[in-house]
Design a binder for this molecule. Structure first.
Ligand code: FAD
Length: 307
């Protein structure tokens, strides 16, 4: 197997005490009109800041929303994954984009709007935003990116880094090995950047876009489609890739999604993608989440960013 050489990155050039102001240049909705969810593609102009040439795909930026929390303290920073390739949005190195979902919760009959996501979603081109970062040193493409096959698992806004990584792998690296994107969301209206991935799937025989629509479609046995179900349902495509020692797995999105993926990988005998720290029962599916999480960690070939 090729050595995985992760690039050196500079972290926290800007901190909450010393943030930098960038400007919004674009803020457009990317979910369908009929979707009950609102996800936006937001691009910042980072010209004149030390972020230029120092932000890599896979990293995140921190956003400092204005105002104070209920205790009168300045709002804490929230992280947002970069969705543009390392060379910048549209190849422009002064432009960096992200993918933001408005968060809304109801508790005791009151509606709570998430502070940072709704602040970002309301911004207009020209508006300033205080950012920190970059952050994240491991969820990166290797420097020798062309040496590997990739299986990307995403749910929701977890798609953000894969949009940039896929652009980078195909436009810059000229990837000849295999790349599979498995994206899960509840309804078709919540597919993100789907036109781009469909087009990539058509244009590149080594790129495969697999969608799992959990609340609309059913598998032949009546169960729901989750990202890990593709490991079973698309065996013909995935097994020959998973069998190769130079395949890397990346997981990004909802916290907890990694458990289903690791359980299915172990169930199928793919133990090279995980580090097993305690003896597992024959049926890994019988394990409670808490004990599974203690026993199974990602291996050097698996990268996870869940939140
Ligand atoms: C590494 C990393 C990368 C990330 N990347 C992305 C990304 O690319 N895109 C993205 O959209 N997000 C991303 N996130 C998540 C993001 O950082 C925020 O956590 C998210 O946007 C919610 O922040 P918020 O300020 O809007 O909500 P918060 O104000 O932090 O609130 C969180 C939730 O609690 C609810 N809430 C608030 N107050 C109450 C209350 N009193 N009672 C009950 N409920 C309440 C809110 O409605 C909301 O749903 C990432 C997180 C990490 C760690």
């Amino acid at each position: 197997m090729a050595e995985i050489k992760l690039p050196e990155v500079e972290l926290n050039i800007y901190t909450p005490r010393n943030p930098v102001e960038v400007k919004v240049v674009e803020n457009r909705i990317v979910t369908s009109e009929s979707s009950p969810n609102f996800v936006r593609h937001i691009t910042f102009d980072i010209s004149g800041t030390d972020l230029v040439d120092r932000v890599r795909i896979g990293q995140s930026l921190g956003v400092l929303p204005p105002g104070e929390d209920e205790r009168g303290r300045p709002h804490k920073l929230r992280l947002y994954s970069i969705a543009s390739p390392t060379k910048g949005e549209g190849g422009k190195k002064h432009l960096v984009s992200t993918t933001v979902k408005r968060t809304i919760d109801e508790y005791k009959e009151k509606i709570y709007l998430g502070v940072a996501s709704n602040y970002l979603a309301d911004l207009k081109p020209g508006d300033p935003v205080k950012v920190t970062g970059p952050s994240g040193r491991r969820f990166l493409l290797p420097e020798n990116a062309e040496d590997f096959n990739y299986i990307f698992f995403a749910t929701g806004t977890g798609i953000a880094p894969f949009r940039g990584m896929i652009q980078e792998l195909f436009e810059d690296t000229g990837l000849e090995k295999e790349c599979v994107l498995i994206f899960g969301c509840p309804y078709r209206t919540d597919l993100l950047y789907s036109d781009y991935f469909e087009e990539m799937d058509e244009n590149y025989p080594n790129f495969h876009y697999l969608k799992c629509i959990s609340r609309e479609d059913r598998r032949p046995d009546g169960t729901k489609h989750y990202v890990q179900s593709k490991l079973e349902d698309e065996k013909e495509l995935l097994r020959p890739i998973l069998d190769q020692p130079n395949t890397l797995i990346y997981i990004c999105g909802l916290k907890g999604m990694q458990e289903g993926i690791y359980k299915e990988l172990i169930h199928q005998g793919y133990t090279g993608y995980v580090e097993i720290r305690k003896k597992l029962p024959d049926n890994v599916y019988s394990m409670e989440s808490s004990s599974f999480r203690r026993a199974v960690k990602p291996s050097a070939r698996t990268f996870e960013e869940v939140y």
